[in-house]
Design a protein around this ligand. Structure first.
Ligand code: NCD
Length: 324
């Protein structure tokens, strides 16, 4: 079976992930050259939370594939402010576009939304849940920097509310990576994520200190404390500013350590690291374009093959497995 939607990193097998990364590598090689593979395709973006990278790289991706974007615009100017439900909004939008990108503050929103729409739906973040397309560009960046075999990775910061972490950790289980989670106790992985990792046979250890694992790491994936998800601002203040890294921190790291961050950063990574060989986070953000080109290409091609409006060219669907 094929993937109709991209909702959670849990839906992908290793072969699926590699198929997307391989396709993305082809687009990356030709990053500045547009194709007309999906000429006429329209992508709708519906963002109920702020976004810079995810939204703009999806826009760039569909345009480089020959398609175009329609955007719901700010929530306060949409009919959502009149009390329209998410399901109704999306059922209307699907009539305007060939695929939908949704970001919503409610965990599970994308899973629910997928019940209502037939065009491919991309979860661009559902509250503290999942952010699977970010995971693919994270994996792409890791593969470029270190390869995905025999990987030791440290994932640090807000592991409780960080949806990029939840998706990435799951995807990494398919590559048998050794995963070290570094956070204050109050921001450790949610029980459900820990359970899923355990079920997937993940090699996981949890730490409160970076020092004890830093020398063994190939990759350090740093995350922002998700201030907007704290029910109590005082709880945020207790942990804000912990787990920052600077050039001195990295003295203890391997020379080859790749530092990643989904961005935006606040104060987790000192700017002095930006110009070092360790810094991969801006390249990581740039990788969002070829990776999302690959995802759009694969899902739009699948949708076209199964009876949607055919456009010229495009590659045959390559993702096996089931989306739900
Ligand atoms: C992340 C997100 O929205 O979850 N940003 C992104 O998509 N690159 C990370 C964050 O906001 O901290």
């Amino acid at each position: 079976m094929r993937h109709d939607h991209v909702i959670s990193a849990k839906q992908f097998s290793r072969a699926d992930l590699e198929a997307v990364l391989d396709r993305a590598a082809e687009f990356a090689d030709a990053q500045r050259s547009a194709t007309d593979a999906h000429e006429g395709a329209l992508l709708a973006t519906a963002f109920f939370e702020p976004s810079t990278r995810t939204k703009m790289s999806f826009e760039a991706a569909i345009k480089r594939l020959g398609g175009d974007v329609i955007d719901m615009g700010p929530v306060e100017y949409s009919s959502v402010s009149k009390g329209e439900t998410l399901a109704d909004t999306l059922r209307v939008i699907e009539g305007y576009a060939d695929a939908i990108v949704l970001r919503h503050p409610m965990e599970g929103a994308a899973t629910m939304a997928a019940e209502y729409v037939d065009v491919p739906l991309f979860n661009a973040g559902d509250g503290a849940g999942q952010h699977p397309t970010q995971t693919l560009l994270d994996l792409f960046t890791i593969r470029e920097a270190e390869g995905l075999d025999d990987l030791t990775i440290g994932i640090m910061g807000d592991l409780k509310y960080g949806r990029t972490v939840h998706s990435l950790a799951h995807a990494l289980t398919t590559f048998d990576a050794r995963q070290h989670f570094i956070s204050p106790e109050s921001l450790q992985l949610p029980r459900g994520v820990r359970y899923d990792l355990h079920e997937a046979g993940a090699q996981v250890r949890e730490h409160t200190d970076l020092e004890e694992v830093l020398p063994s790491l190939d990759v350090l994936y740093v995350t922002r404390i998700q201030r907007e998800r704290f029910p109590d601002e005082n709880e945020y203040r207790k942990v804000a500013g912990e787990y920052q890294i600077d050039a001195e921190t990295l003295d203890a790291a391997s020379d080859d350590l790749a530092v990643l961050h989904p961005l935006p950063r606040v104060d987790e990574i000192a700017p002095e690291i930006d110009d070092t060989e360790h810094a991969r986070y801006f390249q990581q953000a740039h990788n969002g374009v070829p990776v999302r080109m690959a995802l759009l290409d694969l899902l739009l091609s699948d949708a076209e093959d199964s009876g949607g409006l055919a456009t010229d060219g495009g590659s045959p669907g390559a993702l096996g497995g089931d989306a739900r």
